[in-house]
Write a new protein. Structure first.
Length: 281
C-alpha cells in the first residue's frame, strides 16, 4: 500500500509518514504523445492538470483510484491466468483519499499541517488472505512470487494506459518554464517576505517542509528504535509520545501561518502554467 502525496507546485514531493509518493507522480522515462491513444492522451492531460494543482483534490483522488482499480484488474487477470484464485482489491485499500496532502485547503492545514505527520487511511482488504492461507507452504510461496510478478507487470501496463510517463515529462517541461518566469520569481520573493513576517524564514515552502520532515524522521527513528513495527504499531507509539504530539502542533502552526502566502504564490503559478501549457507540447 502506498500513501499518496500530491505533487503541487512549490511544495514538491513531501514524503509521507509511512510509504512513498504515489507512482502516478514518478517521472521516469518518456512516452511521446504520438505513442498514445486518444484515451491515454486524455488521461495524461488530466494528470498534467492535477500535478499543476489546476484541478480540485477530489480529481487527484479519483485519478489514483481509477488507476489503482485498473492495475488490480490486471493483477487479477494475471493471477487467474497463472492458475490461482485472486479477487481485485478495493482501490481504497491502496490509495489514501482521506488524509493525503491538500495544500489548497485551509481546513487541511488546520488539521494536518503539511501532511508530514498525518497517518494514511486505507480501507482494510483481506479478500485474498483466506485463499492464500489455505494453500500449502510451497504453493503459498509460489502464490507470493506470482503475485509480485503480476503486480509489477500490471503497474507497468497501468502507467502506460494512463499516460503517466508522458504526463510527467510534459509537466516537467512546463513547470521549468513557469519557474524561470519573471512573474513566478517575483511571487516567490513575495512568499519569502510573507512567510518571514509570519515567523518562518525559509527559501520556499519546499525548504520549510523539508526541514520539518527531517525533524519528523528523527522523531520516528527514536520512537521505533530497532523494533520492526507495523504502520499501526508505529502510529500508536507516536501518538502517545509527547514530543511527537508537540511536533504535530508545530507543523500545523507553520502550515496555517504560511497558508495565505502559499495561496498567493500558487495562484501565480497556476496562471503562469495555464499560459505556458498552450505553447509547450
Amino acid at each position: 500500500m502506498q500513501r499518496k502525496v500530491l505533487v503541487l507546485p512549490v511544495a514538491l514531493a513531501v514524503a509521507a509518514a509511512v510509504g512513498v509518493v504515489s507512482s502516478c507522480t514518478s517521472s521516469a522515462g518518456h512516452n511521446p504523445a504520438s505513442a498514445l491513444t486518444a484515451a491515454q492522451h486524455a488521461r495524461a492531460d488530466r494528470l498534467v492538470l492535477i500535478l499543476a494543482g489546476l484541478l480540485p483534490n477530489a480529481e487527484d483522488n479519483a485519478f489514483d483510484l481509477e488507476k489503482a482499480a485498473d492495475s488490480e484488474r490486471r493483477v487479477a487477470s494475471c493471477m487467474t491466468g497463472a492458475g490461482f484464485s485472486y479477487t481485485a482489491k478495493n482501490p481504497h485499500s491502496l490509495v489514501d483519499t482521506d488524509d493525503n496532502t491538500d495544500f489548497a485547503s485551509a481546513s487541511y492545514a488546520r488539521t494536518h499541517g503539511f501532511g508530514i505527520s498525518a497517518w494514511p487511511a486505507f480501507t482494510p482488504d483481506r479478500t485474498n488472505a483466506q485463499y492464500a492461507s489455505s494453500l500449502s507452504t510451497a504453493d503459498q510461496k509460489k502464490f507470493g512470487d506470482t503475485l509480485s510478478s503480476c503486480s509489477e507487470h500490471a503497474e507497468e501496463q497501468s502507467r502506460r494506459e494512463f499516460g503517466v510517463e508522458f504526463a510527467n515529462s510534459r509537466f516537467d517541461r512546463i513547470d521549468g518554464s513557469v519557474r524561470s518566469s519573471a512573474a513566478y520569481r517575483q511571487a516567490a520573493d513575495e512568499w519569502r517576505t510573507c512567510a518571514g513576517r509570519a515567523g518562518y524564514v525559509s527559501q520556499d515552502r519546499t525548504s520549510l517542509i523539508a526541514a520539518l520532515h527531517s525533524r519528523y524522521d528523527t522523531l520516528i527513528t527514536r520512537i521505533t528504535g530497532t523494533a520492526e513495527l507495523t504502520p499501526a504499531q508505529t502510529e500508536q507509539r507516536a501518538q502517545s509520545d509527547p514530543l511527537y504530539r508537540g511536533f504535530q502542533q508545530e507543523e500545523i502552526r507553520a502550515a496555517v501561518a504560511t497558508f495565505p502566502c502559499s495561496q498567493k504564490l500558487d495562484a501565480t503559478y497556476r496562471d503562469a502554467f495555464r499560459t505556458a501549457m498552450k505553447n509547450i507540447p
